[in-house]
Design a protein around this ligand. Sequence first.
Ligand code: TPP
Length: 428
Amino acid sequence: MPAAPQRSNLPKLSLHVPEPKFRPGDEVDFSDVDVPAAGSASRPDSAADPAEFHQLAYTLVRVLGDDGQAVGPWDPRLDPDTLRIMLRNMALTRAFDERMFRAQRQGKTSFYMKSTGEEAVAVAAAMALAQDDMCFPSYRQQGILITRGYPLIEMMNQIYSNKGDKLQGKQLPIMYSDREKGFFSISGNLATQYPQAVGWAMASAAKGDSRIAATWCGEGSTAEGDFHSACTFAAVYRAPVILNVVNNQWAISSFSGFAGAEATTFAARAIGYGIAGLRIDGNDPLAVYAATQWAAERARTNQGPTLIEHFTYRAEGHSTSDDPSAYRSAQEATAWPLGDPVKRLKEHLIALGEWDEERHAAQDLELAEMVRKTQKEAEKNGILGHGMHQKFETMFEGVYEEMPWHLKEQMQQMLDEEAAAGRPGPKR
Ligand SMILES: Cc1ncc(C[n+]2csc(CCOP(=O)(O)OP(=O)(O)O)c2C)c(N)n1
């Protein structure tokens, strides 16, 4: 190869490789994170033109101030009973996470993922949607199922892949699916739910239905091509869909800069597509509720999609297979400037005179006890390491609607081998 021509008077090209600000052992200082005052963001009409949202894609919509009061045009003005239900759903999600994380550490299940610090994103959004709107979640919105009243025991049966598991042990723990609750089957492949949600919303519109769709993905997942396809289709057909980006700052060990956060916001992605974009305080349950309610109204009145960036923080490890102390400072979670969503809603209710620390502590005890009892029930259906819980045949069922001849052949071969080995399969 001929030598490259010398251009000695030009600077050498260099590549920018993003580096997170804090690594293990570092002092954490989040003072450069811009946190606008609660109530300072404007609230345009839900029928407004997407061009009116440029400002809102770069600020943070916040309702709850540091004093626990709800202020500004985005205050959804919820009554105390609704606020208490929201707080309970969030606290229950946290209690469930705690218990299932422990179950994994005790070897009762192979895997778990907590949503600690992100409970508002799922719970408050689910409360602002209609019960029959269709959700296309990632693996970190268990709060939706809990809010919609899905039985905890069914979630646990799935986590244990036991004989009560409606998915017959075919899915990794936490990859729930429930059609009745409008909770689309979780897939391990990141961002695939995004275009699927848009397609579902398009179908709803094509049929003249009134239901809308909502989908969630992490900020890391926005780097997937499916995110682009979804935004394009949503904008072109004005699909009645809410596109939630949960910016919890980390995608396993990759900080948000690797998904593009150093250059712009994730809400600003909406601008290029001509979609309404909102960037909100994801640890403010009232902001999440208000933004979702606003976007739902926009979708339901055929004004098109909304992209909501929930600015939050993944307070714990990515999953039970992850140790965050290997790549980020342990101080980050406590130093996070937007606080804890459960604590903030609790303080709001206390500021209203509608709650107190004693009731809160009693509720935490009650929820922990309920989760513990349910866990005992679920474990009667079996846990990891206690043998096979589903009949062998189920492995071959559901691959196609009707089992083709070659799967029947494989199934029979396996059953014959098991019988010859003297191992009777588990009874259904
Ligand atoms: C297509 C694809 N690529 C990679 C993975 C492996 N993976 C699982 S979770 C994850 C990080 C996702 O981060 P983010 O989207 O920010 O969501 P978070 O986990 O923070 O909620 C990765 C890379 C995957 N499951 N699917």
